[in-house]
Design a protein around this ligand. Structure first.
Ligand SMILES: CC(C)(COP(=O)(O)OP(=O)(O)OC[C@H]1O[C@@H](n2cnc3c(N)ncnc32)[C@H](O)[C@@H]1OP(=O)(O)O)[C@@H](O)C(=O)NCCC(=O)NCCS
Length: 194
């Protein structure tokens, strides 16, 4: 279902789940991301087969992707991945990517809030975020939402250029996160999404 919302600066956006027909739009969005941001992603999103795989997995029920569109152009992508194994089924993992042009307008928070609602509906109790150490903006937004740093694994992953990076694991109980998201909306001057 489409949801119309406004960013802090009044820009109108549409939020909806990713569909099969979004292959080209998603490829264009990924390619438009700054190289510095793509470097810290898990896969090379400029590769069309990888993007096809992303769309396929979001249809399989293992994950849900929410995209934000402005006039048919994707400007942000959010992923909620469910844990498959029973002993970790109460955990979900989220990842958010916002187009460079639309950052600091509240879009990251809006997408996260949608993912949060989905997580609640799927009985997820805790959210995990895995970030490479240089992803400073991601660490800031996570702290703002109530995530606490759980662990640092030195040199655990390699970025897409092959350089080893520390992996930071952040964790948040979903009820705590809701408090932070609510607080954020109350503190801000947005009237848009209520
Ligand atoms: C992280 C990211 C998704 C944030 O998206 P965004 O739309 O700019 O975030 P918002 O505008 O909703 O920011 C909400 C709050 O997060 C914090 N924040 C966001 N970006 C920040 C930055 N670069 N530096 C410091 N704080 C930041 C601020 O507290 C901000 O509130 P404010 O603007 O009122 O001060 C975006 O910067 C991005 O796509 N980065 C590259 C990819 C990435 O690292 N993704 C995360 C992987 S999980």
């Amino acid at each position: 279902m489409n949801k119309n919302v406004k960013l802090k600066d009044g820009t109108e956006i549409v939020l909806r789940q990713l569909k099969k027909k979004d292959l080209n739009r998603l490829t264009i969005f990924f390619k438009s991301l700054p190289k510095e941001d793509r470097k810290y992603l898990r896969v090379d999103v400029t590769d069309k087969d990888t993007v096809k795989q992303i769309i396929k997995s979001s249809k399989s029920g293992e994950s849900v992707r929410i995209i934000a569109l402005i006039k048919d152009k994707i400007v942000a992508d959010g992923l909620l991945e469910f844990e498959k194994r029973k002993w970790k089924k109460h955990f979900g993992e989220i990842r958010v990517l916002v187009s460079d042009e639309y950052r600091r307008k509240g879009l990251g928070m809006l997408i996260t809030r949608e993912l949060y609602s989905l997580a609640i509906s799927k009985n997820v109790e805790e959210i995990i975020i895995k970030i490479m150490k240089p992803q400073k903006s991601a660490i800031s937004i996570c702290r703002r939402m109530g995530f606490k740093q759980e662990a640092v694994l030195p040199g655990y992953v390699k970025d897409l250029e092959g350089t080893k990076q520390d992996l930071i694991i952040m964790r948040c109980n979903i009820n705590e996160m809701w408090k932070e998201l609510e607080g954020y909306l109350e503190d801000s001057d947005w009237q848009r999404t209520r």
